[in-house]
Every structure is written in C-alpha cells, then in structure tokens.
Design a protein around this ligand. Structure first.
Ligand code: C5P
Length: 405
C-alpha cells in the first residue's frame, strides 16, 4: 500500500532536547511510510541519543560533522541540501532555533538549512519558560517570515517537572503537517463539512443501537481535505480516533444531533461529504432508568425512523450543485445499482460505493476498495488502497467537479 510519503527524501535534523528519544520512533514511522531518512545531528542532539541509534533506525549514515572526511569530495552540506524533499528539524532546541534565525552557518545542520531549496519544518521542544521567552518567540516569528513551517509544541508536563507549552507534538500531528507540505493545495479557499463514524441511539442509560463504523474513512477524508488547504468541519459520532489537526471537530452521539449540527452548518459550505454511518432507526422511547430483565417486555422493540440528513440537503439544493454533495453507500449486494439509486434519490453529485463483503474493505480496517459514481453516470473503480489514499482519490474527483461548475 503506497503512502503519500513514499520515496520522499527527508533530511532530519536532531538537536539538543530530551525529546530526541521520541524522534527516534518518528524515523521508524517515516520509513514505514516508504520515506528515505537521512539524519543530521547537532552536537547537543548527539548527547541525548547516540548517532548509532539513528543510523540503525534510518539505515543511513548519520552526519554530525561539517568537516567530515568520509564524503568530503561530495561537499556534504550541498549534497544533503540538494538530495532533500523536506528538511525536518525535530526536536528543534532553543539554541538551534536561535542559530537558524540568525542565519549562522557554523555546523552542518545550519549550513544545510541555508543551502537547501526544500521546505523546512521545525518542531520546537524545550522547557516552557525557554519556549515562551521573547527571544525564542522572536526567533520563531523571524523563521516563519523566512517561510519555515513551525509546528506548535504540545502543552503539558515536561521532563524537567514544569508544565506548559514545549512538549514535542505526537507523531500523528507532525505527520499531518508533513503531508500538508506535500499535498496539492487545490482546495485552498474551499469550505468542507465531513461527517464520520457511527451514531448511537440510546435505549436506556447503558444500552444503544449502533453499527460497526470505526470512522476511519470519514476521518481520512477530513484530514486529506485539510492537508489540501480546505477549511474543514468534522461532525463525528463516537469513535476512538484522534481529531485531525487543524480540523474543527464536533462530537455528537445520536443521528438527531448529527442532523441538527449538519443542517445548521451546511449553509455557505462548498462540499458536504457524508461518510457517517447514520443509524436509520432509533428506539421509539428512551428509558430514564436501566431496563430490567424481569420487567422489560421480551421480544419487542418499537423503532422510529431517523431523518435522512443527506436527503434533506439534496432536497434543499434543488437543481443547482451547491453545496456539492458526496454520499457513501456501504452495500453487501448489488452495490453499484444500489449506489446509483441512492445518488438519484438523494440528489447527490458523487456517490462512493463500497462492497462491504470483502475482508480488506469497509468497516474497521485501514484499507478500502470503492467505486465512484457521479451525476453524469461516470463510473470510476478504484483499486484496493489505504483509506488515506482513497480519501485523496475522492478529493481529486471532487476538485474536478468543483472546477467544472
Ligand atoms: O444509509 P444509506 O445507505 O442510505 O446511506 C447513504 C448515505 O446517506 C451516506 O452518505 C449516509 O451518511 C447518508 N445518510 C444520512 N442520513 C441518514 C442515513 C444515511 O445522511 N439518516
């Protein structure tokens, strides 16, 4: 399964912060994504984690000396600067940030930063007082002016016992930022609303009706849109997933709550993608107290139909294409015909159909195999892909539909 980071050449600058040990694991994650990682360590960085660790994890020579004779004839700082799709400085210490802001060129990392034409991303990680110091903040503002991408540190307990901003962000946050650097920015200026996950329809305070949706597909759709420059709102049913960074995520529980949030926010939105598996029915009544086995009437559960959110949006838009409506149809039989029927009935612009009978597609797994049907009856069958890639292929198609309007 290919990742958007496959074959990307990442030069990773590791500087003097205790968070260097966490970045060792980022190298493994980047390699799993198919990226090539070449590590440059500052003198401080090499005091926290040995170059040997990074050499073993990256599978590449670790560069820690500007005047090394090991590849002197290739002029290391120029070679590394050229063979680089992204210079990622993580952790970026206060000292490294100050030196980069001054444009110093007295070690390998600062020299590569001056010489490269690749984008540069910094993940500051340090004690919160050092991070908040006006000197560090001024240096970061200056680097942002130079075009460096600065990832905000997390707030929380630090290794030194202090509490505040300065923790290295989680890998999923850094990865999202890296993907945004490489993504096509074709949704810039567009507003997108995505729904994801299941809904829970309570029967009593402890029981509910629901379905097997994990939310993975919808979260991937929201993350991909944000990486491509859209302003994204995600309305999510209960899931165990991280909210995608930079996405306005609204948590709901029931189909009625999803209806209320979606309908009230759909005005003025360019694209609505309804990846949520909305429960079609809810129990007619919700008991205030837990139903007792002895007193509940066995064998009967009266259900009430939930409103169809997408159909409501489709009816409201009439004959025009705004907002562009994208639906998902998870089907276990006759999936293309069912998809076409729902596309027409709900007045959609694009329907993403998946056959949920395969083990590698549909609920819970990280892969999917879908067919895209549009209102012109065009059919595009996608191969088995990661949900992340599937999301991008959906946006490729939506971007074309937006351009054709
Ligand atoms: O459940 P069904 O197969 O009809 O779902 C097709 C599409 O309609 C999906 O995109 C789903 O999110 C949406 N839907 C909805 N409101 C419902 C049921 C489904 O928006 N009550």
């Amino acid at each position: 399964m290919s990742s958007p980071l496959a074959a990307k050449r990442i030069v990773l600058g590791v500087t003097g912060s205790i968070a260097a040990y966490k970045v060792a694991d980022w190298v493994r994650s980047l390699k799993r994504d198919g990226a090539t990682v070449t590590v440059i360590m500052s003198k401080g960085g090499a005091r926290f984690v040995t170059p040997l660790t990074f050499a073993a994890l990256s599978g590449n020579h670790v560069h820690d000396d500007m005047f090394s004779m090991s590849m002197a004839e290739q002029i290391p700082h120029i070679e590394l600067a050229k063979q680089c799709d992204l210079l990622l400085v993580a952790p970026a210490s206060a000292d490294a940030i100050a030196r980069l802001a001054q444009g110093l060129a007295d070690d390998l990392l600062s020299t590569v930063a001056l010489a490269t034409e690749a984008p540069i991303m910094l993940c500051p990680a340090m004690n919160s007082k050092m991070f908040m110091h006006p000197a560090t903040q001024t240096n970061l503002a200056r680097l942002a002016e130079f075009g460096y991408r600065i990832i905000k540190p997390d707030v929380g307990a630090m290794a030194c016992g202090d509490d505040g901003p300065g923790r290295l962000p989680e890998w999923h946050v850094a990865r999202h930022a890296i993907l945004s650097i490489f993504a096509r920015q074709d949704l810039t200026g567009r507003s997108v609303l995505v729904t994801a996950g299941p809904t829970w329809e309570p029967l009593d305070p402890v029981r509910f009706l629901s379905n097997r949706s994990s939310g993975k597909m919808g979260y991937a759709v929201a993350a991909a849109a944000s990486q491509r420059g859209a302003s994204v709102t995600l309305i999510s049913g209960p899931t165990t997933l991280h909210a995608p960074p930079g996405v306005n995520t609204i948590q709901i529980t029931t189909a009625q709550e999803m209806y209320d949030e979606t309908i009230s926010r759909a005005e003025g939105i360019d694209v609505v993608v309804k990846a949520a598996a909305v429960s079609d029915f809810r129990p007619d009544t919700q008991a205030d107290q837990k139903l007792k086995k002895a007193t509940a009437k066995a064998g009967t559960l009266t259900l009430h139909a939930n409103p169809d959110i997408l159909q409501t949006l489709g009816q409201r838009k009439g004959k025009c294409h705004y907002p562009l409506l994208v639906g998902f149809a998870a089907e276990s039989e006759d999936h293309l015909n069912e998809g076409r029927r729902k596309l027409r009935e709900k007045n959609l612009d694009l329907m993403v159909v998946n056959d949920i009978t395969g083990v590698d597609c549909g609920f819970g797994v990280d892969t999917n195999r879908v067919t895209l049907l549009d209102y012109n009856d065009a059919t595009e069958e996608l191969p088995l892909l990661s949900k992340e890639e599937t999301a991008h292929r959906i946006w490729d198609r939506v971007a074309r539909l937006l351009d054709s309007q």
